[in-house]
Write a protein that binds this ligand. Structure first.
Ligand code: PLP
Length: 403
């Protein structure tokens, strides 16, 4: 008999299973709107030209070796990541109270921050509040480190926009010192972001209640095409003097999905506290991954620290952001043309990789079975999966299922 006889099987991951179903489907009209990865007009993955250039430079680098990185990762990458999100003129950086740890992409950065909080957050039993809905891994990660997870309202199905009142109400009612996980831009899965005015109201309540801010930024530059605009909410919180964790992913904005380049930026009250936090993260990181992988961070570091490559990167970002914005408009126009019942303004109002269409689970099922269109049960579509060749087909399928 096996010692594992009584282990229950875990369910397959929904997103990865969806991709597998799509790949197995022989239908030639099939459309994959599930996975959150950029696709070109031809429906292909895109190696950013600036990354391709960096690849070549790295291959030819005579000093490149395969030595271990330090436990907290590549210093040039960590510093450039913090500067990217907080701004080159950040006072917090100048004051020496910004720390960082290179992590296994955005997921690892969220995990590393959550794990630190599970050990060292002083309010024992404090819950982490996540938006309803959110990226499914948020719950899994925080529960995984033993932090209770609760939800705050976010999506308002009636307006297909932000439920600001519900969100602020939940913040007011949460016990002081709760942890709030916030998406600074391109909210996954809804594509709905607070305006700067709304962020001010959110910051007021966060401050009054002494809540801890944990930003998860996976789409800086990818959402609007502007690196500064997509970081405005975070920079505003830093200006207001919040201590915070910021999980950064370079999967989407560098197209480095499999290289797992990410960073946890820590904005602490003082340089001493920053040092203490980094020391504890280093101790914990040593026992989990020992030290992070080098390649992705070398690519990112090369580009962020070179003025010319940085400029090219911003152009590549604009290419991705603009194609996605154009696809939003194209889908909206097609639905309008068809006179599809319902309102569809939210498709163009939402931002970033995803759109929360409002399609129901039964409608999603028909899209998959009748039209070979793959999306998650909650009606979320990855805009990157649309292109000028399939947008009309998709709009017609949507028109059919909502009638
Ligand atoms: N956080 C959010 C909200 C995301 O949408 C994603 C990716 O989909 C991530 C974090 C992290 O992704 P990765 O670990 O691939 O960098």
């Amino acid at each position: 008999a096996s010692v594992f006889e009584n282990v229950a099987a875990a369910p397959a991951d929904v997103i990865f299973a969806l991709t597998a179903d799509y790949q197995a489907d022989p239908n030639t009209s099939k459309v994959n709107l599930g996975v959150g990865a950029y696709r070109t007009e031809e429906g292909k993955p895109w190696v950013l030209p600036v990354v391709h250039k960096a690849d070549k430079i790295l291959v030819d680098d005579e000093y490149l070796d395969h030595e271990y990185l330090p436990i907290l990762g590549l210093k040039k990458f960590r510093d450039a990541s913090a500067k990217l999100v907080l701004g080159a003129d950040s006072n917090a950086i100048a004051e020496g109270r910004v720390g960082s740890a290179q992590c296994i992409s955005g997921t690892g950065a969220v995990y590393t921050g959550a794990h630190f909080l599970s050990k060292h957050y002083p309010f024992k039993g404090a819950a982490c509040y996540i938006s309803k809905p959110t990226w499914a891994n948020h719950r899994a990660i925080f529960e995984g480190v033993g932090i209770p997870v609760l939800e705050y309202p976010y999506w308002d199905p009636a307006t297909k926009g932000l439920d600001l009142k519900g969100m602020l109400g939940a913040m007011e009612n949460a016990p002081s010192g709760s942890i709030f996980l916030l998406h600074p831009c391109a909210h996954n899965p809804t594509g709905v972001d607070p305006t700067l005015e709304q962020w001010k109201q959110i910051a007021d309540v966060m401050e009054a209640k002494g809540h801890f801010t944990f930003f998860d930024t996976a789409y800086q530059g990818f959402a609007s095409g502007s690196l500064d605009k997509d970081a405005a909410s975070i920079r505003y919180f830093v200006e207001r003097g919040f201590e915070m964790f910021i999980a950064q992913s370079f999967s989407k904005n560098f197209g480095l999905y499999s290289e797992r380049a990410g960073n946890l930026t820590v904005v602490a009250r003082t340089p001493e506290i920053k040092n203490t936090i980094e020391s504890q993260i280093a101790k914990a990181q040593r026992a989990v991954i020992s030290n992070p992988p080098a390649y992705g961070s070398r690519v990112v570091s090369l580009v962020l620290n070179d003025e010319k490559l940085y400029g090219e990167w911003t152009e590549n970002l604009a290419t991705m952001a603009n194609r996605i914005i154009a696809m939003r408009q194209a889908l909206f126009d097609e639905l309008k043309k068809l006179g599809t019942p319902g309102t569809w303004n939210h498709i163009v109002d939402q931002i970033g990789m995803f759109s929360f269409t409002g399609l129901t689970t039964p409608q999603v099922k028909v899209l998959k079975e009748k039209y070979h269109v793959y999306l998650t049960d909650n009606g979320r579509i990855s805009m990157a999966g649309l292109n000028t060749k399939n947008v009309e087909y998709f709009a017609q399928a949507v028109d059919d299922v909502v009638r």
